[in-house]
Design a protein around this ligand. Sequence first.
Ligand code: ZN
Ligand code: MN
Length: 257
Amino acid sequence: MPRTYFMEDLDAFSYREAVVGGAPIIVPVGSIEQHGPHLPLNTDVLLAKAMSAHVASAIGGIVAAPIVYGYKSQQRSGGGNHLGGTTSLDGATVIAIARSLVLEFARHGAKRLVFLNGHFENYQFLYEGIELATGELSARGSDVSVMLLSYWDFVDEATIEEIYTDGFPGWNVEHGGVLETSLMLHLYPELVHSERIVDSPPATIPPYDILPVRPELTPDSGCLSSAMAATAATGKLLSERTAQNLSKAVSAEFAPP
Ligand code: ZN
Ligand code: MN
């Protein structure tokens, strides 16, 4: 077992030993994106990293150095890429990064990888990069298997009902809302400025995209739903149950050798 499960804290010898010994590698994927006046720009990175750490400790895995930047923020799910602070990659770049990392970890001898996504817009580009890489590896006779998931898909129905007593607004408008703010209050309370939370109803953005974006469709706060109901206790509940569900799914696919 490595002394720590964060790749960037390991020396190369311990890292290689763990990987060759069969430790799955979990790659947190985030974004640098505005999350309103109360949360930091790297919220998606921090939450993906925290969830990855939970999974790594549960299954004896390694948390890879995260992919910090993500695909462009969309107005309907992240407020839009026109907003200052939000710093994004083109889709082709995200695909290339995902492909390169799968090939690199395969070169190290890893057989099982998990891309743990924390930014809504990344998903399909990660999928494409992973698909390209696993296709190449299969053609070479290599048996590398990669899971791709977004952590909020592991918040179970019972927990959603327990937390969203006034009705669940949907994951797409949970940008800077109760989920992310509660998790941040639990995991990184020093980075949350609760006094700056803006209490506004869920954004009413039409069910289509229009480009260039019409900035007036995004609420001034940059958040798509209110975080007023966020608490550290909710964050703890969300964090524990989600991590448990995630770890269960990953170990079902990648049971430790
Ligand atoms: Zn976010
Ligand atoms: Mn995001």
